[in-house]
Write a protein that binds this ligand. Structure first.
Ligand SMILES: Cc1cc2nc3c(=O)[nH]c(=O)nc-3n(C[C@H](O)[C@H](O)[C@H](O)COP(=O)(O)O)c2cc1C
Length: 343
């Protein structure tokens, strides 16, 4: 892949990657195969290790390192993880001297301080200006601004187009745009909004290397933007009031307009699938993975509105080079369209 200087922003030097294109650390989905493929081809990958065991985290870090010597990071979610497990997860990442940590869902200043003290670059994904300011005050190096159109857990209520410039104007540290980004045109738009790069989840889920089950990848490739819903019915395992964006399925269709207001403590624990023998419950936040069997299309099919722009399942490297080449085309188009200033 050619080096494209116009796409270089300061976060490329900070993260030591060729392109300012970050692959979101999606729980379950973003394992070593995907992360290595992204980091190897010039992006920056994050292992999605929310609520995983320290043993699996150590194994996945070692696996990426076996595949590439490019840097990568690990994503954890402090406020959705039992404190003792979160401590063990972070400890193993820091003991392994992970290059960057990315946190999400409410600002945990102690986690930022611990990761910074260990020499990590810290990224914080937030859904509001207030949280961006709190994450900067806590010592984060980069803010990831997540818009409402994002796939997976959604922590704010404002679209990327409106949120990103507000956060970019209120913090001094670099901002990366998240939610709705899967193309070069959107990368150029993010730069215009004041971001230094993009953070893509759905686009990298729908690649050959992601650990998502084919049921999930194909559903994204087939979906339109109005096939996603915002709901908190996938509640088991997370704190109450934690909405997600998923593709609608039989389960969300049955709810009709009652997509919100579900209490994790009141959901029935009906086993509908299994992951290598581990029971997977209807209404849990588990999404279908390669190693699961059962009623997979009834699980949480996390996906952003950007699904409407995704109709293939290429390799992660092809997804990345597609973003780079369409960005180049978009920039050329903008330059040609620019009206020269009057003499
Ligand atoms: C399948 C899936 C799982 C996700 N899991 C996590 C996670 O574990 N941690 C996290 O910080 N964000 C997670 N997210 C949200 C992403 O970080 C990001 O905000 C989102 O994917 C951006 O929107 P996009 O899907 O339009 O690219 C997940 C998203 C998806 C699609």
């Amino acid at each position: 892949m050619m080096r494209e200087p116009f796409l270089q922003t300061p976060i490329c030097s900070l993260l030591q990657c060729r392109y300012p294109i970050l692959q979101a650390g999606m729980g379950g989905v973003a394992r070593a195969e995907l992360v290595s493929a992204v980091s190897k081809t010039g992006g920056y990958g994050f292992l999605g290790m929310v609520r995983e065991s320290p043993e699996l985290i150590a194994q996945q870090i070692d696996l990426v390192r076996r595949n590439t010597n490019q840097p990568f990071g690990v994503n954890l979610i402090p406020l959705a993880t039992r404190p003792d497990l979160f401590k063990a997860e972070l400890d193993v990442c820091l003991a392994k001297r992970v290059h960057a940590m990315c946190f999400f869902w409410g600002v945990d200043a102690a986690a930022v301080a611990q990761a910074k003290a260990a020499g990590c670059i810290v990224l914080y994904q937030v859904g509001s200006v207030a949280d961006a300011i709190a994450a900067e005050a806590a010592g984060a190096d980069i803010i990831i601004a997540q818009g409402f159109e994002a796939g997976g857990h959604v922590h704010g209520t404002v679209s990327s187009l409106v949120l990103v410039p507000q956060i970019a104007s209120r913090v001094r540290i670099p901002v990366v745009a998240s939610g709705g980004f899967a193309s070069g045109e959107s990368l150029v738009a993010a730069l215009a909004l004041g971001a230094q790069g993009i953070h893509c989840g759905t686009a990298f889920l729908a690649t050959r290397e992601s650990f998502a089950h084919d049921v999930h990848k194909s559903a994204i490739a087939a979906a339109g933007s109005d096939d996603t819903v915002y709901t908190d019915v996938f509640a088991i395992n997370w704190p109450a009031g934690s909405p997600v964006r998923v593709l609608r399925n039989a389960l969300t269709d049955e709810l009709g307009p009652e997509l919100l207001g579900h209490d994790p403590d009141e959901m029935p624990w009906d086993e509908i699938a299994s992951e290598d023998g581990r029971p997977i419950y209807r209404f849990s936040t588990d999404s279908p993975l390669r190693n699961m069997t059962g009623a997979l299309d009834e699980l949480a099919l996390f996906a952003g509105q950007v699904s409407g722009l995704i109709d293939d399942i290429p390799s992660a490297g092809e997804r990345l080079s597609g973003i780079v080449s369409t960005a180049e085309r978009a920039l050329r188009r903008l330059q040609q369209a620019a009206v020269p200033a009057a003499a």
